[in-house]
Design a protein around this ligand. Structure first.
Ligand SMILES: Nc1ncnc2c1ncn2[C@@H]1O[C@H](COP(=O)(O)OP(=O)(O)OP(=O)(O)O)[C@@H](O)[C@H]1O
Ligand SMILES: [Mg+2]
Length: 466
């Protein structure tokens, strides 16, 4: 590590500029880097109502810009923003900050491009104060896409709101073919290439931002278009909100929502922290075993504010609290999947019952609590809208329940077989109807021919008589 000499004997440690790149490698993809900059506008100290993310060209240079209408930055805060490790964010009116490490802006912006400039307007401080020092201004003009003070001021005045911040990133990261890593060619979106089998949120910034916050509180605009956001749970089927988990040392139970995703290929746990998505489509428990198919397509949603996100905010610290959470969710997922597997039209194969595993899964710190019986078998949560059949099934013992479930499954299969037969017969009937209509048409034509021939015959007979 480079060292700064202080004239006091032992030199103080300092940072090499290479660290800007090193630090940015914590973001393996550009979307998590963009999320850091969005989070900063969202956080309660800035409290922006809107953020605009756009691609612009400044002097033929492709730039990625982020503009928000938040509280802006004072001169001191601006210095903190560009420094490392300063973060004093606190909850305001129940809104908890996402930022905590004092690093996100640096790692995020430097993951996206090699250069960045921050222009800010705050109610108390004018951004231009920063370059009152002419030497600073000269440096900015030399190293930024702006060549004159007027150009710089025009950019600052483009922040229309009374306060707000604009971040411009240029020298954007490029692919080996020389294109910008971010693809701006799709209207109103910013995309990155990914496998066809991946969820849309891996390739479309618009899709990613739509699930970034459990409860959206700030309007995000991408490439000129407002983002429509809805809580992820709203897009799920067979939704069940009655599951919960109570971690050690946390007063309240944490709700877990389960539901079936529209697209069966993408499933797993969506883990949020202070309203922000940390892990997406994280497969747990039986979802990791190929032979257990009942939980395929199931999405779980949980907000774990008691866990600690890693500094790229893409994972949680692997503590016992994290492992217990996963274990408990896995057991509840299994329970949910078992309940919803016999919903009409659901044809997923039934898992072999495995009571041992169920018991083991239930060794979580505490289960959902309500009606906990003290027995080893996990309490079955019941929907408010639970059907009479479900309730009766639950009242039988596990062996009887299993038999009944098998019977239901074979009846469902039989019903499906019959439905297929009915469809086939209907097709046959349609075909015969068609044939009947064409025979009828032929018959009509023949009758007309007969009438014509009869008339002709009568005319001939009359003619012969004469
Ligand atoms: N758009 C913005 N408007 C006003 N202030 C901002 C903005 N973006 C960043 N800041 C300020 O810069 C500081 C540093 O941001 P940075 O993202 O590096 O760290 P953080 O958000 O505090 O923590 P984390 O590393 O967890 O994200 C923030 O604490 C905030 O005070
Ligand atoms: Mg931050």
């Amino acid at each position: 590590m480079a060292a700064a000499k202080t004239g006091r004997g032992i030199p103080l440690s300092t940072l090499s500029t290479k660290f800007l790149h090193t630090n940015s490698t914590s973001h393996t993809g550009p979307f998590s880097a963009i999320a850091e900059i969005i989070d900063n506008a969202y956080d309660p100290d800035v409290n922006a109502k809107q953020i605009w993310i756009d691609k612009t060209k400044i002097r033929d240079m492709e730039c990625l810009t982020f503009r928000d209408d938040g509280n802006g930055l004072s001169r001191d805060l601006m210095h903190q923003m560009l420094s490392f490790g300063f973060s004093e964010k606190k909850a305001v009116n129940g809104k908890h900050p996402i930022g905590m490490y004092g690093n996100g802006f640096k790692s995020g912006s430097m993951r996206l491009g090699k250069d960045a400039i921050v222009l800010s307007k705050s109610k108390n401080d004018l951004g231009s104060e920063m370059w009152e020092n002419r030497a600073s201004l000269r440096d900015i003009l030399e190293h930024s896409p702006f060549h004159t003070e007027e150009e710089l001021l025009t950019e600052l005045h483009a922040i229309e709101s009374t306060s707000g911040t604009k971040i411009i990133i240029w020298n954007l990261r490029r692919t080996s073919e020389g294109n910008t890593e971010l693809d701006f060619t799709t209207e109103n979106d910013i995309r990155i290439p990914c496998d066809d089998s991946d969820p849309e949120s891996n390739s479309s910034l618009r899709a990613y931002c739509s699930i970034l916050y459990l409860e959206p509180k700030m309007q995000i605009n991408i490439q000129g278009k407002k983002l429509e956001t809805h809580p992820i749970s709203e897009s799920l089927e067979y939704i069940n909100t009655t599951y919960s988990y109570k971690p050690n040392g946390v007063k309240q139970k944490i709700p877990i929502i389960f539901g079936d995703n529209e697209s069966k290929e993408h499933y797993g746990l969506m883990m949020y922290h202070n309203n922000r998505l940390i892990k997406a489509y994280h497969r747990v428990g039986c979802q990791l075993k190929t032979k257990h198919k009942i939980s395929i397509g199931v999405i779980g949603v949980i907000e774990c504010n008691y866990l600690t996100p890693t500094h790229n905010k893409q994972d949680f610290d692997n503590t016992d609290a994290y492992r217990n959470t996963i274990k408990s969710v896995a057991s509840k997922l299994r329970e949910y999947s078992g309940k919803r597997r016999n919903k009409p039209g659901d044809n997923v194969p039934i898992e072999e019952p495995n009571d041992e595993m169920t018991d083991e899964d239930d060794e979580s710190e505490e289960t959902s609590g309500e009606g906990a019986s003290g027995t080893k078998r996990p309490r079955r949560n019941c929907d408010e809208g639970e059907s009479e059949t479900d309730r009766v099934l639950r009242s039988f013992g596990p062996a009887r329940e299993r038999k009944l479930l098998e019977a239901v499954r074979s009846l469902t299969q039989e019903k499906q077989g019959l439905t297929v037969q009915i469809e086939k017969l209907n097709t046959k009937v349609e075909q015969l109807e068609g044939e009947k209509a064409s025979i009828f048409e032929e018959c009509k034509q023949k009758t007309a021919q007969v009438t014509e021939l009869t008339e002709w015959k009568e005319k001939m007979q009359a003619h012969c008589k004469q």
